[in-house]
Design a protein around this ligand. Structure first.
Ligand code: CTP
Length: 227
């Protein structure tokens, strides 16, 4: 990874408040981002770990500078603040795609006589799209962008669509779901898709091993001069 001086890794879920006691989030633990950050500090001097509400076990990777955020907007600002030429950005986070249109200042109470509650949500910004805009606007160069695509169905199709739509160099795809192995502590397997059409399967193995193998694979591809 000699061409790069910094690796930025986003990790974990973001949180969007509905009222002072309730929020929208997701089941990401932050383990993959944490394992990647631990490995990344063996490759470059500067590793930045931008974490959402990760499990406490996955909050302090060795050798990384830590930036804590809560919402998707805050994660976007933190990533944009760190992105620079000659950097690798690994978006392992699972940012909440929507936030409540209005976050109530007081606790929402059950209303007599109705069994439903309608919550209006608005779309959050796509962080990778904002990164692309910044790269273009500031003519930043030599930036490697890697995304993740956790899917319940049609992995190839969904991952390849995101690779293109989000202007990524690589996307790491895997299956997730409450009964499958993508989220949490269990072993997993992933496919690393490259923008030039490459497809590399890794695992099944622990996330520690998969993270190491992802970075090794990128390192080899970088040495081959393929990006
Ligand atoms: N991502 C992002 N900004 C968001 C949501 C996701 O940059 N607001 C990043 C993730 O960190 C990941 C990649 O985009 O690297 C794909 O995330 P995913 O949630 O699978 O994609 P979405 O665009 O949200 O698509 P969908 O939820 O419709 O599957």
């Amino acid at each position: 990874m000699d061409k790069y001086s910094k690796i930025i890794i986003s990790s974990g879920p973001t949180r969007e408040w509905i009222d002072p006691v309730r929020f929208i989030s997701n089941a990401s633990s932050g383990k993959m981002g944490f394992c990647l950050a631990n490995e990344a500090s063996k490759l470059v001097n500067e590793v930045v770990y931008i974490r959402g509400l990760t499990d406490p076990k996955y909050s302090e990777p060795k050798g990384a500078r830590i930036v804590s955020v809560e919402t998707t907007e805050e994660m976007k600002d933190a990533v944009l603040n760190e992105i620079s030429s000659s950097a690798i950005l690994i978006m392992a986070a699972a940012p909440a795609d929507f936030r409540p249109k209005n976050s109530n200042e007081s606790k929402i109470k059950k209303e007599e006589g109705t069994d439903t509650l309608v919550l209006e949500l608005v779309k959050n910004p796509d962080i990778l799209a904002s990164v692309h805009e910044k790269i273009q606007a500031n003519s930043l160069s030599n930036i490697l962008r890697i995304g993740f695509s956790a899917e319940t169905h049609f992995l190839d199709e969904n991952a390849l669509g995101k690779l293109k739509r989000k202007n990524l160099d690589f996307i790491v795809g895997n299956y997730v779901g409450k009964d499958s192995k993508g989220f949490g502590d269990l072993d997993t397997s992933v496919i690393v898709y490259g923008k030039e059409g490459s497809r590399k399967e890794l695992g099944p193995a622990s996330k520690e091993t998969i993270a190491k193998e992802i970075l090794e694979y990128l390192n080899i591809r970088s040495k081959e001069g393929t990006f």
